[in-house]
Design a protein around this ligand. Structure first.
Ligand code: GDP
Ligand code: IMO
Ligand code: MG
Length: 426
């Protein structure tokens, strides 16, 4: 068996949580491979709504295993809150939730450093979720980090004190006030809680499962345009969000990767700072935000909204090796006369169809094609035959331009609002 991957092709929030939950019945293991509590993955079913940050989105299927891989960074405080909320809902995480011994820990001082760095950047800030993601990955690559395995060793306090002292020295360089004691107290309690979790050597676990022919789905966080190498740097997150990240973030070899499901919204959003070529600054943008409830699942910040961007999607499809596409939020685009699609950019006087090195404001201008819109409410539709002809036309148009089959169309936030599609391309 191989590991399938589901990941976002835009700037995050494409609906990964919803779709992972929908396809979990096809798998035995769901594994997160990067990111941390900067993620907010929303699931809705049976009239209930949940937002997961660190825990994989297969957790509501009691017979499945959910692995938090080595590539993930864990804030024990947020993790404990997530587990507590699930337990309250009757989810039995004891049997199904497994943490990698090699996953790195987010310290309270990582969060403080994130905040201090963003404050210093002023108007040039990344717009980080302030969960300490950047500083934690910096300590990982700088070879200073603490891992889940350290929390289980008797040298933990010593290692913690050493890293904390380094962070305090760094914080001293910023104009930034903080009170560490209450944060540290809460964190240490959460570390005690973490010690009660099932901790595994996840690379062995996953490879053993592969050998035993178990089906594994790797769940991405953020999106390809937030990737540390290929995203809109420096306005990115600090991990590899692309398919290659699943190999390093789980310990899975390249030849063990199967399908790569790329998920995208029928339009586009971004939260935080950084370039967004097709962003709408007018009433249309407001309308998309209101109709799509485009507010961050982690921070509540309004998401910036704009039209779909094909050169950016093609780039993400190329980097990830996407084999199947999933389109969400088609319902939000109902009632527009026309839907605009960015097919090219004007760049240095030339019309190009690829993502250039810099997509900063002024560097590129989107070129749009207007596609006839659809007026029907899609949220009650459950089969491709019910979908309006104009939407089917939009789907075929996207497939032809992106050259990858669209196999799922999502028409609402609920698990049931999902249409599987036999693409002629598949
Ligand atoms: P993720 O980070 O990729 O898991 O996505 P988020 O959960 O942050 O954001 C996606 C939002 O859109 C959530 O509020 C979902 O409940 C919602 N959503 C997912 N799919 C659809 C859809 O097809 N239509 C609508 N209207 N909402 C959707
Ligand atoms: P999910 O998994 C959308 C954005 C932040 C900021 C930048 C860096 O829900 O799709 P960080 O906290 O990583 O230092 O922030 O990345 N960002 C996300 N945007 N969805 C996410 O996750 C995001 N995680 C981080 O807004 O611009
Ligand atoms: Mg999200």
């Amino acid at each position: 068996m191989k590991v399938d991957i589901l990941l976002g092709l835009q700037w995050g929030d494409e609906g990964k949580g919803k779709i992972v939950d929908v396809i979990t019945p096809d798998y035995e293991v769901i594994a997160r491979f990067q990111g941390g509590p900067n993620a907010g993955h929303t699931l809705e079913f049976e009239g209930r709504k949940y937002v997961l940050h660190t825990i994989p989105s297969g957790i509501f299927h009691s017979d499945k295993k959910n692995v938090v891989g080595n590539g993930v960074v864990i804030d024990p405080v947020i993790f404990k809150k997530e587990v507590d909320a699930l337990v309250k809902e009757g989810v039995n995480i004891n049997k199904s939730l497994l943490l990698s011994r090699k996953a790195h820990l987010i310290l309270p001082t990582h969060r403080l450093l994130d905040a201090a760095s963003e404050k210093e950047k002023g108007s040039k800030k990344i717009g980080s979720t302030l969960k300490g993601i950047g500083p934690t990955y910096m300590d990982k690559t700088g070879r200073n980090g603490l891992r889940v395995g350290d929390a289980l060793s008797d040298k933990f306090q010593e290692k913690y004190d050493q890293l904390k002292a380094k962070h305090e020295r760094l914080l001293g360089h910023y104009d930034f006030d903080y009170d560490l004691a209450p944060l540290e107290e809460e964190w240490m309690k959460a570390i005690d809680f973490l010690r009660t979790m099932t901790v595994i050597d996840s690379e062995h676990y996953i490879n053993n499962d592969l050998r035993a022919d178990k089906r594994i789905l790797a769940e991405g966080a953020q999106g390809s345009l937030l990737d540390i190498d290929f995203g809109s740097y420096p306005f990115v997150t600090s991990s590899n969000t692309i398919s290659a990240g699943a190999c390093t973030g789980l310990g899975v070899a390249l030849n063990k990767i199967g399908e790569v499901f790329g998920i995208f919204k029928a339009y586009c959003t971004r939260v935080g700072s950084g370039p967004f070529p097709t962003e709408l600054h007018d009433d249309m943008g407001e309308e998309l935000r209101a109709k799509g409830h485009e507010f961050g699942a982690t921070t509540g910040r309004p998401r910036r909204c704009g039209w779909i961007d094909l050169p950016a999607l093609k780039y993400a499809i190329m980097i990830n090796g996407v084999t199947k596409l999933i389109m969400t939020k088609a319902d939000v685009l109902s009632n527009f006369d026309h839907v605009q699609v960015c097919t090219h950019y004007m760049h240095q006087g030339e019309k190009i169809d690829y993502l250039p090195y810099s997509i900063q404001d002024g560097e590129i201008t989107p070129v749009y094609e207007a596609i006839p819109g659809w007026q029907q409410d899609l949220t009650g539709m459950r089969s491709i035959d019910e979908l309006p002809a104009e939407l089917n036309n939009y789907i075929t148009y996207l497939e032809e331009h992106l050259n990858v089959p669209i196999t799922i169309v999502s028409v609402g936030p609920d698990r049931s609002q999902t249409i599987h599609r036999d693409s002629v391309m598949a």
